[in-house]
Ligand binder design. Structure first.
Ligand code: DX5
Ligand code: ZN
Length: 217
């Protein structure tokens, strides 16, 4: 059963409480919160105070995706704000094992993300240290981009590694995911589908959520 993680970046922030409530009504599994620093990616989004606001609005699990050049400098404020899982990029920290341990010591889950042009072989040796691999299917920085098909190869490579080694690491995919490509993504081996635009622009979020959750490998 696949999990649905709406990316709040695509929500209408003038009605944030309503938008979060609607994700709960739709029955989503968790929320994905995109943090951008204007340096690792060419855009700026929001910081810990908005994460804290969202944490007060919902009991849903909060997966915080740090698109930051200096991720560990912000672990503490986002954990205090209510993050349940923190994901940072391999491109920012090519030796991520110690940071995974640091996150887990504080009681949050640890995630590692790779961009679409990063060879998945580079992240495989680290997966045993992480709860989550976040495969980017767009170049990070903006919502509403088109899905990059080659990300499916990264998902398959990670799936094979995880299964062969009996790891518990979950695979999430992020960027351009919608009701049309969801089945192929799950078939390639993803456990969690991040959906921004496709979720928040959908008139029938409950059906989209249920159809996605019903997908199996
Ligand atoms: C991209 C972000 C994604 C993005 C997803 O930088 O990490 O989470 O907002 O949005 P959609 O689904 O619109 O591509
Ligand atoms: Zn993201």
């Amino acid at each position: 059963m696949a999990k649905v993680a709406p990316s709040v970046l695509a929500a209408d922030f003038s009605r944030l409480a309503d938008e979060i409530k609607k994700t709960e009504v739709a029955g989503v599994d968790l929320l994905h919160l995109d943090i951008m620093d204007g340096h690792f990616v060419p855009n700026i989004s929001f910081g810990p105070s908005i994460v804290k606001t969202i944490d007060r609005l919902t009991g849903l699990f909060l997966d915080v995706h740090l698109m930051l050049s200096n991720p560990e400098g912000y672990f503490e404020p986002f954990i205090k704000a209510g993050a349940d899982s923190i994901t940072f990029h391999l491109e920012a920290r090519p030796n991520p094992i110690e940071l995974a341990a640091r996150l887990k010591e504080t009681g949050v889950e640890a995630g590692i993300s790779i961009n679409p042009d990063t060879d998945p072989a580079k992240v495989l040796p680290f997966l045993e240290h992480f709860d989550l691999l976040l495969v980017m299917s767009v170049f990070p920085g903006f919502g509403g981009q088109s899905f990059i098909e080659s990300a499916l190869d990264s998902v398959s490579a990670a799936r094979n590694h995880i299964d062969q080694h009996g790891l518990a690491t979950k695979i999430a995919i992020d960027g351009g995911v919608d009701g049309d490509n969801a089945a192929r993504i799950v078939a390639a081996g993803a456990d969690i589908l991040v959906m921004g635009t496709a979720f928040f622009r959908n008139e029938d979020q409950k059906t989209l959520t249920q159809k996605t959750q019903a997908l199996r490998r």
